[in-house]
Design a protein around this ligand. Structure first.
Ligand code: CP
Length: 331
């Protein structure tokens, strides 16, 4: 048993509310699970006998698969729900669906929903610890944690050392991005400088009043002025959450805001170790050129790999806080 504490909160609803100690504990625990995931036998008995409900009301590839794999690597049982193919299509509500899954007594509940605040709705009818796997345009806390873990791992830093001295530039549809929101909270909490850039139509007003970030509507200025950027995090346009097209064509967007080969070459001219990140799914040729996405500077697939360990840490620590007597541990 290597965990050095418990989270200060019973659920992981967002990065908002997490302390730096919470974030460090999550990342430190994830680090030990990264080691587990390199073993030939990649399974620990930590959550044997526990039930994890995976409730996905919105499409997902990475988050869903990595939470499922995380639960299995911790020896938990899983209930896998997705709204497509379920009785939601017959008109069953979120709360009725949740009440029926609660009747099967999950210890942990992972939820993704298109409505911001859905995890708090579930808290009313479910007694397990809840992990938010993305709610509307509000938060995606495990994505931010895996992004931070990827940066720490690449810079060979311990979680307790944080990301002081690092500058991360987040580019894209900031207003509709739950990934941006969670990262704008977590990266400064860990000591990083954060810049956000995008078209003015995709930058919420008053961002600087709420978050410790610099805001640019000129992506080249964001990338190539001031301190050299250590990582560029590209976001796609959240077309499913936009009431109407907020930009011209995809080609116009690529020229104005995409991480093209030429634009990234200018970043590398200032820092030849700069990293490229993307939470996925990518729209190649729109927000990121294929050559940049596949370059040696890209850590996009490392983000996915790290996601498994981070989600193992989230499930493990939530279970530990939810009820005592969890067997085994990360070691
Ligand atoms: N990054 C992310 O949330 O990807 P998915 O939508 O595929 O889960």
């Amino acid at each position: 048993m290597t965990t050095k504490g418990v989270l200060s909160l019973p659920h992981l609803m967002g990065i908002e509310g997490l302390t730096r100690d919470d974030a460090t504990l999550l990342l430190d625990t994830a680090r030990s699970f990264i080691e587990v995931n390199t073993r030939q036998l990649k399974k620990v008995p930590a959550l044997r006998g526990r039930l994890v409900a995976l409730m996905f009301f919105e499409n997902s590839t990475r988050t869903r698969l990595s939470f499922e794999l995380a639960a299995k690597r911790l020896s938990a049982d899983t209930l896998s729900f997705s709204s497509s193919g379920s009785s939601v299509s017959k008109g069953e509500t979120l709360l009725d669906t949740a009440a029926n899954i609660e009747a099967m007594k999950p210890d942990l509940v992972v939820v993704r929903h298109e409505a911001s605040g859905a995890p708090w709705m579930l808290e009313r009818v479910m007694s397990g610890a809840i992990a938010n796997a993305g709610d509307g345009n509000h938060e995606h806390p495990t994505q931010a944690l895996l992004d931070a873990m990827t940066l720490l791992h690449r810079s060979q830093r311990q979680p307790k050392d944080g990301l002081a001295g690092k500058t991360v530039c987040i580019v894209g549809d900031i207003s509709r991005s739950r990934v941006a929101r969670s990262n704008m909270l977590l990266l400064p909490l860990l000591g990083a400088k954060v810049r956000v850039a995008g078209p003015a139509t995709m930058l919420p007003a008053g961002l600087r009043d709420v978050y410790d970030v610099e805001v640019f509507d000129d992506v080249d200025e964001a990338l190539c002025s001031g301190a050299p950027v250590d990582a560029v995090m590209m976001l796609r346009i959240q077309k499913e959450r936009a009431a109407r097209a907020v930009m011209g064509s995809d080609d116009d967007y690529a020229v104005g805001y995409g991480l093209t080969k030429d634009r990234f070459a200018r970043v590398l001219a200032r820092n030849d170790a700069a990293l490229v990140m993307h939470p996925g799914p990518m729209n190649r040729g729109v927000e990121i050129d294929a050559e940049v996405a596949d370059s040696p500077h890209s850590v996009i697939l490392e983000q996915t790999e790290t996601g498994v360990a981070v989600r193992m840490a989230v499930l493990y620590l939530l279970a530990l806080g939810h009820s005592r007597g969890v067997e085994g541990g990360a070691a």
